[in-house]
Design a protein around this ligand. Structure first.
Ligand SMILES: CC(C)(COP(=O)(O)OP(=O)(O)OC[C@H]1O[C@@H](n2cnc3c(N)ncnc32)[C@H](O)[C@@H]1OP(=O)(O)O)[C@@H](O)C(=O)NCCC(=O)NCCS
Length: 196
């Protein structure tokens, strides 16, 4: 799917364009040629311990959900942000696992993280997904509506800090009563919109 969202400012990501002096960036689908830059960015953001995280166990051998691997690029086309979402079953409920999310240290606090999350959640809704889980900093993700209450009766396939295990319902009630283990799911077959 060809897609590119040009942002002059964070608030332009899914709203009215705003004229300001902040650098422009674009959100687009990740391409195979982004792999090297994406991995370098993730190494910088998380270090080698990223491969030991419990969430990684749910990503090993899987592919991101279709249309839900996004990158941010600066005005020179360099990759400065990444987010990917993965299909999982959360106590037998279909859901997505968000992560890793990272923005290059030189480009933080410009709204790129917000634009990546906003776009990925908007697409997730458009594609018919019902819920999103993640393990991350609650003070950051609370602004997008992620809450601890949705994951209280779910378990991950390894150790996680419970306070960082968060959920978001894209469809009201999607995680109500969700109970049990989170496991990797087969990549769902969905019809992505075709490029014009
Ligand atoms: C977390 C991260 C993706 C945010 O990206 P970003 O483009 O800088 O974020 P935005 O510009 O959209 O938002 C910036 C806001 O988030 C806040 N913020 C950033 N990281 C935060 C964190 N870990 N906890 C709480 N707030 C955080 C900033 O203080 C800023 O607050 P403000 O809007 O009140 O000024 C980026 O800092 C990063 O890559 N960090 C290292 C990797 C990481 O920790 N990723 C996952 C987060 S658990």
């Amino acid at each position: 799917m060809a897609f590119e969202l040009l942002c002059q400012h964070p608030s332009a990501a899914r709203g009215a364009a705003t004229a300001c002096a902040l650098p422009a960036f674009a959100i687009r689908d990740e391409a195979p040629c982004d792999m090297g830059a994406r991995e370098a960015l993730l190494d910088d953001a998380f270090g080698p311990a990223r491969f030991l995280k419990t969430c990684q166990r749910l990503r090993d051998g899987s592919a991101p959900a279709p249309g839900l691997a996004l990158v941010a690029t600066d005005d020179a086309g360099a990759l400065v942000g990444t987010v990917r979402l993965w299909p999982v079953l959360a106590g037998e409920r279909e859901a997505l696992l968000l992560g890793p999310l990272a923005v290059s240290a030189q480009h933080r606090a410009l709204g790129i993280g917000r634009a990546l999350i906003d776009e990925s959640l908007a697409r997730s809704r458009d594609f018919g997904h019902r819920a999103v889980l993640l393990v991350g900093d609650a003070p950051y993700y609370a602004r997008f509506g992620f809450e601890r209450r949705f994951t209280e009766r779910l378990t991950m396939p390894g150790p996680v800090e419970r306070a960082r295990f968060l959920g978001l319902e894209l469809v009201e009630g999607a995680l109500r009563g969700a109970c049990g283990r989170v496991v990797a799911a087969a990549t769902p077959a969905i019809d992505l919109p075709r490029a014009a």
